[in-house]
Design a protein around this ligand. Structure first.
Ligand SMILES: Cc1ncc(COP(=O)(O)O)c(C=O)c1O
Length: 412
């Protein structure tokens, strides 16, 4: 491999067939066997997805021509791959080509430092955020900042968000586009616009870690949009994207740095590192572009099927449980439908030690996540099941059976 551009994702005819016949389970099985083989069932792509084989092959191919013994060659090829990733991202989602980061947490940490430096003040800048922000996102705004809560009602109604902003006058808005706890899709663009109307100087940060790969990043009206390549894009661990507004780049000197192609070099990894991740990320974007919207449709259907299956089996086991409505965030008894879901289903199981259940399942090669919801000052454990498009109902059923057996055992 000497040329960084022009590769096609492996199995083009399979991907074409999937776009034409997205209901065909056999085709998804073939995709799984080809791109995501292995016995483990990873229903936690919202943390770290299984990278596609095309991604792993591209990373291996990066080292062809004994590049491991050719430092300048690594730098040159890494640069070409970074350019390709940026161009693919711009073609997929519009906007300026993004900075390529080490992931969402890292990017937010740097943004937090830059904003602290810019906004200064003895009191610390006020950050308006929902109660659904990821701990590594809030951690970036803990020392030296003050926090104000954007209530759930404001997530459903931008006018409420505007009223809160008018009262609080935040310097920063931090908002997930899709929440990591229950997969709630937030109208980030509309909320940002309402907050900016009330507080024109506000810096808007959209955390799109759980959005990118499922829905396009909400770039309009944001100063920063950050996302990870190793979640719903099935890319390599330790890469991500950051889009920045021209205002952010102009006003935050810490982010400017020495860029090879302009952009926002202060958010990118510097110096020598494993440049093959950019080849992997480019392959992940190729696969994402080739699958198009059918991946989301399939994830939605599989998530809804998983929710129904889980509901029936938990009922049969006599385990009390609650689901959530991903469009409103409210609790509900029955499982949400495919129209409401993106790709994850979360369930509360009062009285069950969900962390212990997850640990037990890891040993059986089944990977689901215990996340903690922190609404209203409480810390409620939830079980989060992701539905990657390539998974089969047979394998997900096996995971759910094991899960419900572990829940039943933990209660006996
Ligand atoms: C909403 C959200 N933000 C940030 C992160 C941290 O992402 P990363 O692992 O890329 O640092 C996560 C990880 O799960 C997340 O879900």
């Amino acid at each position: 491999m000497t040329e960084a551009s022009g590769r096609r994702p492996a199995g083009e005819s399979l991907l074409g067939a999937l776009r034409e016949r997205p209901e065909d389970q056999d085709l998804w099985d073939r995709l799984r066997v080809r791109q995501f083989p292995g016995a483990r069932i990873n229903l936690d792509p919202g943390s770290i997805a299984t990278p596609a084989q095309a991604v792993r092959a591209a990373m291996q191919g990066f080292w062809d021509d004994e590049l491991f013994a050719y430092p300048e060659g690594q730098v040159q090829r890494g640069r070409a791959e970074r350019r390709r990733v940026r161009a693919l991202a711009a073609a997929l989602w519009g906007g300026q080509p993004p900075a390529l980061t080490a992931g969402t947490s890292e990017a937010l940490r740097t943004i937090g430092q830059a904003l602290r430096e810019r906004l200064g003040g003895s009191e610390g800048p006020l950050v308006l955020m929902s109660e659904h922000e990821h701990p590594s996102a809030t951690a970036a705004f803990e020392p030296g900042f003050r926090a104000a809560i954007l209530p759930d009602a404001a997530l459903r109604d931008p006018a409420v968000a505007g009223a809160v902003a008018a009262a609080q006058r935040p310097a920063i808005l931090l908002l997930s586009q899709v929440t990591y706890t229950i997969g709630q899709a937030i109208a980030a663009r509309e909320i940002a616009a309402a907050v900016r109307d009330a507080a024109p100087e506000v810096f808007v940060i959209v955390d799109a870690a759980q959005a990118v790969g499922l829905v396009p990043p909400a770039l309009t009206g944001a100063d920063f949009v950050v996302a990870s390549g190793h979640k719903w894009l099935f890319g390599p661990p330790g890469v991500g994207f950051a889009w920045t507004s021209s205002r952010a780049r102009a006003e935050l000197p810490l982010l400017a740095g020495e860029g090879e192609e302009g952009g926002c070099a202060g958010l990118e990894r510097r110096g020598a590192h494993d440049f093959s991740v950019y080849a992997g990320l480019a392959a992940a974007l190729d696969l994402h572009a080739a699958l198009g919207h059918v991946a989301l449709k399939r994830s939605r259907t599989l998530a809804a099927w998983s929710a129904r299956e889980l509901h029936e089996r938990l009922l049969a086991a006599g385990a009390a449980h609650r689901f959530f409505d991903p469009s409103t965030g409210e609790e509900r008894e029955g499982p949400p439908t495919a129209e409401q879901l993106l790709a994850t289903v979360s369930v509360a199981l009062p009285g069950v030690d969900l962390e212990a259940v997850c640990t037990g399942l890891h040993r059986a090669g089944i990977h689901v996540r215990c996340v903690f919801e922190r609404r209203a000052g409480k810390r409620t454990p939830l079980l989060r099941l992701g539905a990657p498009c390539y998974e089969s109902t047979a394998r997900v059923r096996r995971a759910i059976e094991a899960l419900v057996a572990a829940v039943a055992a933990s209660r006996s």
